[in-house]
Design a protein around this ligand. Structure first.
Ligand code: ZN
Length: 393
């Protein structure tokens, strides 16, 4: 693979090397649509940041994806729910519960949620901190009415962040939830947020954790595949001191709480010594694991079909959708715990509940092995008619 001039780390400006051209794999968009390619994967030799190659193809793909973006279309616009304790819980409510264990916020203040979408994070924050005044910002005004209807929301901004700050800032807290991984210039983005905060204010950031979830590589419009060390490094480069690094606030996600560093002229911190090797090992290991997992699933499907049994994928989110594409022709249906999705179709396949699946159906749990094992343990006793298939490590 020839080395392009543009292979520069989006985080630190260091030299980034190709881990894989990525052409062998299909991709999926973050709003869960199939995409013909994953994109090239790079890893920075200096800081270990794993990232997409931001070439002309990626930029064209990202523009096309955002031009036609639909949040939570399978749930009819309702926020995604998580089932990790057996009880359905809105995803952001679970996130706030995790984050709140680490934060030390006053009872009143002003929060700006950047990239607020339909206001899910604002609504969950309100539940935990009813005394706060809330503001939302998004690049498009399509969901303004939804955001403004969230209790506690005092304003919605669209356009330049500086305008939000001029009208309602500075803020005691700024949140950036599932946004940074989409940003081609993450450090510049974080630095901009520093200017919106009061001295001593809190920045709250959450992204998918690449160290916990190899499927994140498949998301075409995720150009940064952060893990704890590179996420903390990004915060440092943008002039923040990390107060708490959250590896376990949410399964498969990582975040931080940070404060603007006093004395802005301080030298940027050096990356962790282990990070470059860690990033490369994670990226190579993840691509290998994805390849093995697709092979395992395909073999399982063929074996089951030879016996006249059915093969289903568990979940209709990123991993399930990507696997369905890679396993085209081998999958009979999706099985999902979210009742809002039952009876619909996804990628041309029916979505059913676990109880509705035919006896002897092989249910492939397309998750990292530890997580998949936990799901099999949780669901197994309730659905003894299903044969749970867990990917190998
Ligand atoms: Zn770097």
């Amino acid at each position: 693979m020839s080395r392009a001039v543009a292979d520069i780390c989006a985080l630190c400006g260091g030299s980034a090397t190709a881990v894989s051209p990525g052409a062998a794999f299909s991709g999926v968009t973050s709003d869960i649509k199939p995409w013909p390619r994953m994109g090239g994967i790079l890893c920075c030799e200096a800081c270990g940041h794993v990232q997409k190659r931001l070439d002309g193809q990626w930029r064209a793909d990202a523009s096309a994806i955002y031009a036609d973006y639909v949040m939570y279309h399978l749930s009819g616009g309702a926020e995604q729910v998580v089932f990790d304790t057996g009880q359905a819980c809105p995803r952001t409510a679970r996130l706030i519960a995790g984050m709140a264990r680490a934060w030390d916020l006053p009872q009143t203040g002003r929060l700006l949620d950047v990239g607020c979408g339909g206001g899910a994070f604002l609504a969950a924050f309100r539940q935990a901190m009813p005394g706060w005044k809330l503001y939302g910002h998004d690049h498009c005004a399509q969901r303004r009415a939804e955001v403004e209807a969230v209790p506690g929301v005092c304003g919605f901004h669209c356009g330049a962040l500086e305008e939000a700050a001029a009208q309602n800032g500075p803020f005691d807290a700024v949140s950036l939830i599932y946004v940074l991984e989409h940003m081609p210039e993450p450090v510049a983005e974080l630095s901009r947020l520093r200017g919106l905060l009061k001295p001593g204010g809190t920045l709250m950031v959450m992204v998918p954790d690449f160290a916990q979830n190899p499927f994140d590589l498949a998301v075409v419009d995720h150009c940064g595949h952060f893990f704890a060390e590179t996420l903390a490094h990004a915060a440092g480069l943008a002039g923040f001191d990390v107060l708490a690094l959250g590896r376990h606030w949410m399964a498969k996600e990582v975040g931080f709480l940070a404060r603007p560093r006093a004395g802005a002229a301080a030298t940027p911190p050096a990356p962790g010594a282990q990070a470059p090797g860690q990033g490369l090992a994670l990226a190579q290991g993840s691509l290998d694991w994805l390849r093995r997992t697709v092979d395992t699933a395909r073999n399982a499907a063929e074996t089951l079909h030879a016996k006249g049994r059915r093969f289903a994928l568990f979940g209709t989110a990123i991993a399930g959708s990507w696997l369905a594409q890679e396993l085209s022709g081998h999958v009979d249906c999706f099985v999902d715990e979210d009742a809002l999705r039952w009876g619909k179709t996804h990628l041309g396949l029916p979505i059913i509940g676990p109880a509705q699946a035919a006896p002897g159906t092989g249910l492939f749990l397309g998750f990292p092995p530890l997580l998949a094992g936990g799901i099999a343990q949780r669901l197994g006793p309730n659905y003894p008619h299903l044969d749970f298939i867990v990917p190998q490590g």
